[in-house]
Design a protein around this ligand. Structure first.
Ligand SMILES: C[S@@+](CC[C@H](N)C(=O)[O-])C[C@H]1O[C@@H](n2cnc3c(N)ncnc32)[C@H](O)[C@@H]1O
Length: 212
């Protein structure tokens, strides 16, 4: 961690940080308003997250990662750009979803370039799995957008398969396939590294279904 990142954590955590400790979170209290809240899981160094928060001040972004230098970096960017619509969570996004958030509380979920776990024996560690989607569905409002992206094609296929099969989600794409990268998603750091290696990037845009 750089000195700047450590300093940002110390200065800004009390203002914009959220400890993922299992305690209930009131999102209106956390952000100080009742604007829509989109959660991002695994923001890495946070450059893309800061850009999205700046471009869409009417949306609150709850960005979560376990990576402390990245948290410091994102807090620094938020401070520099005055991003009052951003909060940074430290810990496991699953705990936040399962134990801390109310049902139907999120307007969207973003998972950009989650760890690909390429080895077969590690596939079970991948985030986008049916159980995860069932949990996420309970926390998302009907109609909420789930946006995933990956540069690892076998994982992209897995994402498409499990999202398509899940009864709580429907593809926004009429052909049932991958989506073009939406304008609001900037290139991410991890994506840049993948592109340098010649990887193909796929985006997936699904909605939580509206019942009745
Ligand atoms: C491959 S990196 C991608 C980072 C960033 N989205 C990008 O595209 O540059 C994946 C990130 O997900 C984070 N991560 C993995 N599992 C997580 C979890 N359960 N909760 C929160 N963050 C997680 C990792 O710490 C890592 O920073």
């Amino acid at each position: 961690m750089t000195a700047g990142q450590a300093d940002a954590l110390q200065r800004l955590w009390p203002k914009w940080g959220l400890d993922i400790d299992g305690r209930h979170v009131d999102l209106v209290e956390l952000f100080g308003n009742d604007r829509p809240v989109v959660m991002e899981i695994g923001f890495g160094m946070g450059e893309a997250t800061a850009q999205m928060a700046a471009a869409d001040p009417g949306t609150n972004i709850l960005a979560v990662d376990v990576h402390t230098p990245g948290q410091g970096n994102l807090l620094n960017l938020a401070d520099r750009d005055g991003l009052t619509n951003l909060r940074v969570g430290n810990g496991d996004a699953i705990i936040l979803l399962r134990e801390m958030l109310d049902p139907d509380s999120l307007d969207g979920l973003r998972v950009y370039f989650p760890d690909p776990w390429p080895k077969k024996r590690h596939h079970k560690r991948r985030l986008i799995q049916p159980e995860f989607l069932s949990l996420a569905a309970t926390r998302l409002k009907p109609g909420a957008l789930v946006h995933c992206a990956t540069d690892w094609e076998p994982y992209a296929e897995q994402m498409l398969e499990v999202l398509t099969a899940h009864p709580e989600f429907e593809n926004t794409q009429a052909d049932g396939g991958f989506a073009p990268r939406p304008e609001f998603r900037p290139l991410t750091r991890f994506e840049g590294q993948g592109l340098d290696k010649g990887h193909v990037v796929n985006d997936l845009l699904f909605r939580r279904v509206q019942h009745g």
